[in-house]
Design a protein around this ligand. Structure first.
Ligand SMILES: [Zn+2]
Length: 323
């Protein structure tokens, strides 16, 4: 074990509605030790916290633990990085839960940094993935919900409370359907996996003999040429394209990176997405915009939490991940 690797070591926590993952992550982005628990999402807040403590306790058994300098947390949102609290939509036991304070108590005075999961995924893609080397990027997670984050001027831009880039709740349909957030016509209401499936079913798409009504099943039908399934993905792609074009027009980005389970549909999503983008991204400074699949996949949450934890914010490629 090189000493410089241990010197860059941080504790990363990735907290979602289904699992709580933890890792000791080296300065080169390697996940050296891992621990995981299911999220007891329907339980009270203390029970959920106990699962986090179990993950940390398991990591602390590693001889590497003593060398970890800082802790980074990427959590399902909304988060409040100023207050150090989280209120994940899918974990009702946590509303304004003081996660930073509670984690601080068990990590022995190490600094704890909290970001939303969209920002964490963005940090991961900028460090190790498809946004690497880009000064300005938008990263999206299209899955059960739609999240995202921004890289501006070579730095991940979490915003004051850690939620910047939350593209899923940008409205792209002024008189559209009410969204769970209280808004109307949000990207998430049109482009998330559950809504791709819902729209297909409403328009007469029939699942196969296994009864699978997931977005992945709709994607499989689309690949086989089912026009209703194709149309549902085209509508999702249109919503994503409008929001990506709006973001590019506002802050000038060079690349949009799309990850999450729905991005696994591949060209079923990306082909109409690129076509739609040509409709909405029309001004000279956004026309060159690239759209590409994310690369960090299932490790994005942990890598991003680790990137957020670095004691000295990485500065461009000089220290942003030592390859
Ligand atoms: Zn919304």
């Amino acid at each position: 074990m090189h000493t410089d690797l241990v010197a860059g070591l941080v504790v990363a926590l990735d907290i979602g509605g289904t699992k709580i993952a933890g890792a000791l992550v080296g300065g080169d982005g390697r996940l050296l030790v891992r621990a995981q628990r299911p999220t007891p999402a329907r339980e009270d807040g203390e029970t959920v916290m106990r699962a986090v403590e179990e993950v940390l306790a398991e990591l602390s058994l590693s001889p590497l633990w003593a060398g970890a300098q800082a802790v980074g947390i990427g959590s399902a949102g909304p988060v409040d990085a100023v207050e150090g609290t989280v209120s994940p939509v899918n974990v009702p036991g946590w509303r304004g839960f003081p996660l930073v304070d509670r984690v601080s108590r068990v990590v022995g005075g190490r600094p704890v940094t909290l970001v939303g999961d969209g920002v964490a995924m963005t940090a991961a893609e900028h460090w190790q993935g498809a946004a690497r080397g880009y000064e300005n990027a938008l990263c999206l997670v299209v899955s059960t919900g739609v999240g995202g984050g921004l890289v501006l001027g070579g730095q991940v831009h979490p915003g004051p409370t850690g939620n910047a880039g939350h593209i899923g709740h940008v409205s792209v349909d002024l008189d559209g359907d009410p969204c769970a957030c209280g808004g109307r016509g949000c990207v998430e209401r049109i482009a998330s996996g559950p809504h791709i499936a819902r729209r297909a079913l409403e328009n007469g798409w029939l699942p196969g003999p296994d009864g699978d009504t997931s977005a992945a099943a709709v994607a499989a039908s689309a690949r086989a040429g089912d026009p209703v399934a194709v149309a549902s993905f085209e509508r999702a792609a249109q919503a994503l394209a409008a929001a990506i074009a709006a973001t590019a027009t506002l802050v000038e980005i060079d690349i949009a990176v799309v990850g999450g389970g729905v991005a696994g549909a591949g060209d079923i999503l990306f082909a109409p997405l690129r076509r739609s983008l040509a409709t909405y991204a029309t001004l000279s400074f956004v026309r060159h915009l690239k759209v590409t699949p994310a690369l960090t996949a299932t490790n994005a949450g942990l890598l991003g939490a680790a990137a957020a934890a670095f004691p000295h914010p990485p500065h461009k490629e000089a220290s942003y991940g030592v390859a």
